[in-house]
Write a protein that binds this ligand. Structure first.
Ligand SMILES: [Zn+2]
Length: 413
């Protein structure tokens, strides 16, 4: 493609503001949790815009909404883009919403430019990405990609006992289309970064090449409770000493794996929790992440060695387990190239990066060639009413989405 297309940044921004009024919170954010009245109202607003743009809409059995712009060859698999319209209870106005409305903006911009594509285009609203009201994040895309069964999703309940199935019916979001991926030619998700890297480097676009490998571990050291006064330091079985040996070694180990490694100790609990008793039991969690599989695996191996050595050195019994793991995702090379070529053509400042958070695109990537685009957000904040982006970054990201989708969907000359 030798022409660069442009979206209408003012229209995109005004729609972000308009949909942000639904479930608006006093702190300037949004509370539009999945399958609430507010979510239904947000989806209805979106659907109205899509119909006015000439799209045909379909909803599947888990409430995912697909707005389709036909290609010149309707038999070809679509190029899709999607994200979510639901928010956290005290969420922002852009996490997810931006990617959905930018997808609609792609369609409107092609309509106005009179540009046809061989492949159809679809904009998807994935149901319950946030996983706060119903405790499974990325639920709609998980069902669609075959990662989660429809029945398991239907059976999830909120704190008041309302099930996903009941709430799909109540909010008129239970569609007839099967919640199952068909053939997809290419998929993109445009999202705010939710981290501080692009802003810190004053860059406009993140060309996202994958999602990092991540896992969470629980370690318990068993020592011996003893009086803090009479018990000499050398005669203790003190699990806190073992932790004291582990922490600098684990931080140093993470550092050896470069700037992309992450290690976090978010929970530490000593029992019995008395200031003048040597703890008999110490429990802590370790969150380990790395974008590259070889480094990630090496970090896991080193972590085990380090904690086992500490237990041995201090004569402690121990237990450890991995209680959560999400394998990393490497995005599709052609989709990444389509984003990179759009960035080059439009001249935006950019870098390649991996996502630190999970997204619907992780599920989509299991069944379709997929990649993501990031724009900066203020102070890296997200899942926060203060979440903020600049209008020019919103425009830049949507321009990249437009050109990447148009390229993969094959513009008719
Ligand atoms: Zn999101």
């Amino acid at each position: 493609m030798n022409q660069t297309l442009r979206i209408n940044g003012e229209r995109l921004w005004s729609r972000l503001e308009e949909i942000g009024q639904i479930g608006a919170t006093a702190g300037g954010g949004c509370n539009r949790q999945a399958l609430t009245d507010e979510d239904q109202a947000g989806r209805a607003l979106f659907a109205g815009w899509c119909e006015a743009a000439g799209c045909t809409l379909r909803t599947d059995a888990i409430g995912n909404v697909f707005a389709r712009r036909e290609g010149t060859d309707p038999s070809l698999p679509p190029v899709i883009t999607g994200s979510h319209l639901d928010t956290q209870p005290s969420g922002g106005k852009y996490d997810g919403i931006y990617g959905v409305l930018a997808g609609l903006e792609v369609i409107e911009s092609l309509n106005e430019a009179g540009v046809q594509t061989r492949h159809p285009l679809e904009v998807v609203v994935w149901t319950n990405e946030e996983g706060c009201r119903f405790d499974t994040a990325m639920m709609g895309s998980a069902v669609w990609s075959g990662t989660m069964s429809l029945d398991d999703a239907y059976a999830l309940t909120d704190r008041n006992g309302a099930s996903v199935h009941d709430e799909l019916i109540r909010t008129a979001q239970l569609g007839e289309a099967p919640a199952k991926a068909g053939a997809i030619h290419a998929a993109f998700e445009l999202h705010i970064e939710q981290g501080p890297v692009l802003e810190a480097e004053a860059l406009e676009i993140g060309v996202v090449t994958g999602v990092q490998h991540m896992s969470r571990h629980r370690v318990i050291f068993y020592g011996q409770e003893a009086h803090a006064g009479p018990t000499p330091m050398t005669l203790r079985k003190d699990p806190m000493m073992a932790l004291g040996q582990c922490l600098p070694r684990l931080y140093a180990m993470a550092e050896e794996h470069g700037p992309d490694s992450r290690i976090t100790f978010g929970f530490v609990h000593a029992s019995p929790g008395s200031s003048n008793t040597v703890p008999g039991k110490l429990e802590f969690t370790v969150d380990i992440r790395h974008p590259e599989a070889s480094h990630y695996q090496a970090m896991l191996d080193s972590y085990e060695t380090i904690i086992q050595e500490a237990a041995k050195d201090f004569g402690l019994e121990m237990e450890f387990e991995c209680f959560w793991e999400a394998p990393g995702v490497t995005f599709d090379a052609d989709c990444i190239d389509a984003v990179q070529e759009s960035v080059n053509a439009l001249g935006y400042s950019h870098r390649r990066m991996v996502s630190g958070a999970g997204h619907d695109a992780c599920n989509v990537a299991k069944v379709a060639p997929t990649s993501m685009i990031f724009i900066p957000c203020k102070d890296g904040l997200s899942h926060n009413e203060k979440e903020a982006i600049l209008a020019e970054h919103a425009t830049a990201g949507a321009n990249i989405l437009l050109n990447a989708m148009a390229a993969r969907a094959e513009v008719i000359a």
